[in-house]
Design a binder for this molecule. Structure first.
Ligand code: GLU
Length: 293
């Protein structure tokens, strides 16, 4: 895959067009922009629209409008992930050829039922940092013949990473370099906390982890600046980078803008939406102040 070399720092803001931008996005976008400017670097915008069911052209337009209003300028063309499914597919095939991918047939409901039955017996099923149960091992343990038979039957399936095998192949501890608002320095990380992560779904030929890792490399991103809610996900991105021979960016996970209830903002919260605040008469400078910049 073509990797863009750059002698300048390269930053990116990578929103998903499945809702309106809020103050949390403003902080992330402004930080990326300010850091790029301060270092004489480049600022890219990436539209993360692999979730075709939830992404809309209207939300994408709103992203451009809100960011332009904030005073941001970004390079053209903007990378839209939905235009690069072939690239993600090729990368998935690469991992497949390494023996690290298997078809996963269980639906969310089936996993939920399995976990509930297990926990009814007073035991605790392991969960990932976001609180989702780790995927059961049934599909990973199937023979190639069984997998093929189920796929030939037309059973819907995702593709998952065989985490155990991937870590075995990697054969060394993983770290990343962090300068953000949480822990700093050389951070030891263990992607096994996520279990066998999804690499592609039956309705989307890529996953967040796969496309973000591929794109950061393709776009030559040197500095990943994003919210602390993605701090733990970095372990998976570092693993994929190592397996695929991709460069390692520097990471900066920034504090989150919290709502009045102390919780992370959601896209549905209109009151903190940038468009709503603009309509109320706030200026871009007011937004900077509101997010503590
Ligand atoms: N698209 C992700 C989001 O909107 C951000 C991905 C990233 O910055 O790595 O939360």
């Amino acid at each position: 895959m073509p990797v863009t070399p750059s002698d300048k720092p390269v930053y990116r803001f990578a929103p998903s067009p499945n809702g309106l931008l809020h103050l949390g996005h403003a902080l992330s976008a402004l930080l990326n922009y300010d850091m790029a400017r301060a270092s004489g670097g480049r600022f890219l915008l990436r539209i993360e629209d692999i979730d075709l069911a939830r992404s809309t052209p209207e939300f994408e337009e709103a992203i451009y409008r809100d960011l332009a209003w904030l005073g941001l300028q970004w390079e053209q063309p903007v990378r839209r992930q939905s235009e690069h499914f072939d690239t993600y597919r090729t990368t998935l095939e690469q991992l497949h050829a390494m023996g690290l991918v298997y078809p996963a047939f269980m639906t969310r409901g089936e996993v939920k039922a399995r976990v509930a039955a297990f926990e009814a017996a007073g035991k605790t099923w392991p969960r990932d940092p976001d609180g989702s149960p780790l995927y059961p091992e049934d599909d990973r343990l199937r023979s190639e013949g069984e997998r093929k038979a189920l796929m030939d039957k037309g059973l819907r399936h995702a593709f998952r990473l065989d985490m155990g095998r991937a870590l075995e192949l990697l054969g060394k501890p993983l770290t990343f370099r962090e300068t953000g608002d949480g822990p700093q320095g050389e951070i030891a990380c263990d992607p096994a906390i996520w279990g066998d992560v999804v690499l592609s779904r039956s309705d989307a030929p890529s996953s967040y982890h796969l496309s973000v890792t591929v794109d950061d490399a393709v776009q030559g991103i040197t500095h990943v600046v994003r919210g602390l809610d993605l701090f733990e996900a970095t372990a998976v991105h570092r693993l994929l980078q190592e397996l695929l021979g991709l460069p390692e960016p520097l990471y900066h996970h920034h504090r989150l803008v919290l709502g009045e209830d102390g919780r992370k903002l959601a896209k549905s919260e209109g009151a903190t939406g940038l468009a709503a605040l603009r309509l109320q008469g706030l200026s871009p400078l007011d937004i900077r102040h509101l997010v503590g910049l």
